[in-house]
Each structure stands twice: as structure tokens, then as C-alpha cells.
Design a protein around this ligand. Structure first.
Ligand code: GLN
Length: 513
């Protein structure tokens, strides 16, 4: 096994004991990226020079006996949706072309504080809207297990780069499943924390009441280490939770005694791929053989989750994306009439009492906004803006948005009730393994339905993890989802680790790359 195939924890061990230097590790990954990224398309941009510089700096500090951080010298890939000061942050959208944020996201600051090395930015669905990474304005990402298939999305670049051993760790975001679904499709571990557990400061907003940042890794242990670094209270995010962060990496290996696993019969109904069903059932059996109690539970409102999500998420998106007007950020149509001149001219005309001419300028301004947005956003983002604007408009607000909020509460109450009886809920992550690229590109509804098993956790604000639990006969990864009550990431990680210890799926690496 080469260096890049090891887990982050194993690499950390080699770094700590001086068996390898961080620069060696970075060079190994840069080589690997140079060989494979063109095929896989996981990275949008690589920061080779700054990664080498940081590695040398950390190696020197270590050699001098100075203290180093928890992720010292380990490369990490970051989804291109988190702001980094002075660095391009595109959200895979033409709209943010050329945008360089004046500040860094708290997650980025936390990574740097623990001496992680930011090696590159990963591809995603535009503004995180999608489930296949095909909505990127820039490039296609391929599933490293089968290049003709999707890696999933929207964090498809982040999961593909770990699966293809082009980074040991990465950061994704999950609004309706965007960490867990691509993790399942790519055979890696992905965790969506409790809403509020990880700061959203500096995360470009999609749906603010649902968005969470989370870790992607080869193993549960690695995910625990990364979560520990990025989680914690942040006064700059008013929805950030004040609760202390347990040392996940210290407790992840402790098995849970008398574990009660909840299973929902509806999750195994028609539409579920038979190989996925068999793998997930086998995983549940494995828990039973470890002494866990398997209990059937019900989540009566789960069947409304996709409909609820696709009212709430677009509604919030339509409001969040109003800021891209060609004035504040990034892209502006190259219509010759420039905003500043227009504004000045308008003022003068109005002062001279020439109202008609002033109105004409107003319409030129509106034209600039309209053209900027027409040219800057891709089709899926426009669809979400239209859906959301409709759901929030006078006359429809009560029927759609308000109704969705009420159902959201019922979904949350279902989980509260279920977690009185069980510690974790186990289910598939998706109804089928990774689909072929372009297979669903023209069918937004089919694409939305892929989110069946994942969106409930976002609506309820609870944490969820996806971990490899099998493979299809053609060698595509299959994921197991575990959900826990709010703030019980520790339990979630311990439960997931128990499964990982009992199976070998996490040791598998893509056979063709
Ligand atoms: N597939 C879902 C959507 O398109 C989830 C996206 C996400 O979690 N960012 O909205």
C-alpha cells in the first residue's frame, strides 16, 4: 500500500513518529492528483505551492520540537463553498467567477489553527444544489469506482477526491444529503453534524436553516478527528450551539453497550434496489450479532420529507441568492452601460425633473440585474429560485411555505419520539447505487427523489453518518446511514465505528485507479 492509501490516522502516526515528513506526504498526493485528477475531475483548483510551503513550515516546527496541531501536516481538500481570505471561492458558479472573499470561514480558520494543509478546492453542484455534481458550471466529476457514473452530490468533488486517494480528508456540506449521499456513492465515510454544531460563518448560504459543514474520510476514526477540529461554538454564527465538543477521536473506539438500533419498515419498501437492501439488512444483522437490540420504529411523517424539503430549501435559497445582483459579488453582464454611471445619471435627471429619462435609466439598471442573473446562474439554480419565489409569494405563502414549516415540526417530533426507544436509527442512504452520468440530468423530479432517505435529518436538525456497508455485484459501493439525536455525534461515531470494526469495507480502495 502506498502512502496515499493509508488513513489520516495512520499518516498522522507516521508524521508524529518522524517516519515521514509532511512534505513527502504532500508530494505523494500532488503526484497522485497529477495522475488522476483529470480523469476524476474532483478538484477545481490545486494549491501546490502554498501546500508545499505549509508542509515545510510544519516539518521545521516539528523538527525544532515545537508543538503542532491535531491535523499537523495532513492534506485536506475543501468544497469550493467555504470562503477563504484572498482565495477564489466559486461555488462552482459562473456567478462567483473572480470572487475573492475578504475573510475566511471559521471552519477554514479551525483547520489552519490545527495545522492542516489546504491542498485544493473541490467541485460541487452549483451553490450546492443537486445530487450528482453535474450542475457545476465548470467541470464534470466522475465516480472513482466507475468513471461513467456520478460521484453523487453536491459534495461529489470532496467524496471523489478521498475515494480516489487524492486527499485523506475533505470537507463537504450537507443541506439535504450532500455529504452522506456522495459518501455512499463513493464508498467513503461522510458525516452531517447536528445543525449548529459546526459554524456556518463564511459558508456561502444555500438554505440557512438546513446547511451544515461536515467531514469526509476513509474511516469513522478519521471523520471523528476532523469533526473534533471543525466543531464548536462560534459567536459569528448566531445559530451556533454553545455546547462543548467532546473529544470524538478519543471516544470513537469505545463500543456502546446495550445498543438499541431502530429500523423503519417503510425504508425497505418498493423502489429499493435489492443489492442495497441486502447490504443494509446485513449491516443491521451485524449489529444484532454484536448484541444490539433491533427495534422496529415508525416515522409517520417521513413520507412528506422530500416534498417539505423542496419547499423550504428553495424558499430559503431564493432569498439567499437575491444578493447576486452583479453589484456586490463576482459576475456582472458586460452590458456596456455601467452601474455607477447609470446611478449618477439617474440622480441628475431626477434633479432636473426629467422623470421619464430617469425611469429609462431605472429600467437599464433592472436590465443589468436581469441579464447578470440570466447569464450567471445555471438552470437548476434558476429553477430553485423560481420555486422558492413562488412558494413565498403572497397568496401561496400559507399554502406552501407555512405548511412546509408545520410538517417539518411533525417530522422533528417523529424523531423525538423514536429516540425515546432507540439510540440510533439505521437505514439505506440511497435507494440505489451511483447512477450513470447524464442519466437523470433531464429529470429534476427523479433527482429530487434520490434524497428520500437523507433530507429528514436536515429538516430535524439531527446528525447523520454514511459509511460503506457493501458493494454491488459490479463493484459499486453501498452506504449505511445511521442517525442519532441532536448533539449525539459521539454516540453516532461510536456506533458507526462498531460496524466498521466488524467489516472490511472501509479498507477497500478503488480498483481501477
Ligand atoms: N440534493 C439535495 C438538493 O439538491 C441536497 C443538496 C445539499 O445537501 N446541498 O437540494
Amino acid at each position: 500500500m502506498s502512502l496515499v492509501h493509508l488513513t489520516a490516522t495512520e499518516q498522522k502516526q507516521l508524521l508524529t513518529t518522524g517516519k515521514i515528513s509532511s512534505l513527502e506526504l504532500i508530494e505523494a498526493y500532488l503526484d497522485r492528483i497529477a495522475t488522476h485528477n483529470e480523469k476524476v475531475g474532483a478538484y477545481l483548483r490545486i494549491s501546490a505551492d502554498s501546500a508545499r510551503r505549509s508542509a515545510k513550515d510544519i516539518d521545521a516546527r516539528r523538527a525544532a520540537g515545537q508543538p503542532v496541531g491535531k491535523l499537523a501536516g495532513l492534506p485536506i481538500a475543501v468544497k469550493d463553498v467555504l470562503c477563504q481570505r484572498g482565495e477564489r471561492t466559486t461555488c462552482a458558479s459562473k456567478m462567483l467567477e473572480g470572487f475573492r472573499p475578504p475573510y475566511s470561514a471559521t471552519v477554514i480558520e479551525n483547520l489552519i489553527a490545527e495545522d492542516a494543509i489546504l491542498i485544493g478546492r473541490t467541485n460541487m453542484d452549483e451553490f450546492a444544489m443537486g445530487g450528482s455534481t453535474e450542475n457545476s458550471a465548470f467541470q464534470q466529476t466522475h465516480n472513482p469506482w466507475d468513471l461513467e457514473r456520478t460521484p453523487g452530490g453536491s459534495s461529489g468533488g470532496s467524496t471523489a477526491c478521498v475515494a480516489a486517494s487524492m486527499a485523506p480528508l475533505s470537507i463537504g456540506t450537507d443541506t439535504g444529503g450532500s455529504i452522506r449521499q456522495p459518501a455512499a456513492f463513493c464508498g467513503v465515510v461522510g458525516l452531517k453534524p447536528t445543525y449548529g454544531r459546526v459554524s456556518r460563518f463564511g459558508l456561502v448560504a444555500f438554505a440557512s436553516s438546513l446547511d451544515q459543514v461536515g467531514p469526509v474520510a476513509h474511516t469513522v476514526e478519521d471523520a471523528a478527528l476532523l469533526l473534533e477540529v471543525i466543531a464548536g461554538h462560534d459567536p459569528r454564527d448566531e445559530t451556533s450551539l454553545p455546547d462543548p465538543v467532546p473529544s470524538f477521536s478519543a471516544t470513537v473506539g469505545k463500543p456502546i453497550k446495550n445498543l438499541r438500533i431502530g429500523v423503519v419498515a417503510d425504508h425497505f419498501s418498493e423502489g429499493l434496489d435489492s443489492e442495497v437492501e441486502a447490504a443494509v439488512r446485513a449491516a443491521i444483522e451485524t449489529y444484532a450479532s454484536m448484541g444490539a437490540t433491533i427495534k422496529e420504529i415508525t416515522l409517520p411523517h417521513a413520507k412528506y420529507a422530500v416534498a417539505t424539503y423542496y419547499v423550504i430549501a428553495p424558499s430559503e435559497a431564493s432569498s439567499n441568492l437575491a444578493r447576486y445582483d452583479g453589484v456586490h459579488y463576482g459576475y456582472r453582464t458586460d452590458e456596456p452601460a455601467m452601474l455607477a454611471e447609470l446611478t449618477l445619471e439617474r440622480k441628475q435627471l431626477a434633479a432636473e425633473g426629467r422623470q421619464d429619462a430617469a425611469d429609462a435609466i431605472d429600467s437599464a439598471l433592472v436590465r443589468m440585474y436581469r441579464r447578470t442573473r440570466a447569464e450567471g446562474f445555471g438552470p437548476e439554480v434558476k429553477r430553485r429560485i423560481m420555486l422558492g419565489t413562488y412558494a413565498l409569494s403572497a397568496g401561496y405563502y400559507d399554502a406552501y411555505y407555512l405548511k412546509a414549516l408545520k410538517v417539518r415540526r411533525l417530522i422533528r417530533q417523529d424523531f423525538d419520539r423514536a429516540f425515546e426507544e432507540v439510540d440510533l436509527i439505521a437505514s439505506p442512504v440511497t435507494a440505489a447505487p451511483a447512477f450513470r452520468l447524464a442519466e437523470m440530468a433531464d429529470d429534476p423530479l427523479a433527482m429530487y427523489l434520490v434524497d428520500l432517505y437523507t433530507v429528514s435529518a436536515n429538516l430535524a436538525g439531527i446528525p447523520g453518518i454514511s459509511l460503506p456497508c457493501g458493494q454491488t455485484s459490479t463493484g459499486l459501493p453501498i452506504g449505511l446511514q445511521l442517525l442519532a439525536p441532536a448533539l449525539e455525534e459521539e454516540r453516532l461515531l461510536q456506533g458507526a465505528h462498531m460496524m466498521e470494526q466488524a467489516t472490511e469495507w472501509h479498507t477497500q480502495r478503488t480498483p481501477h485507479l
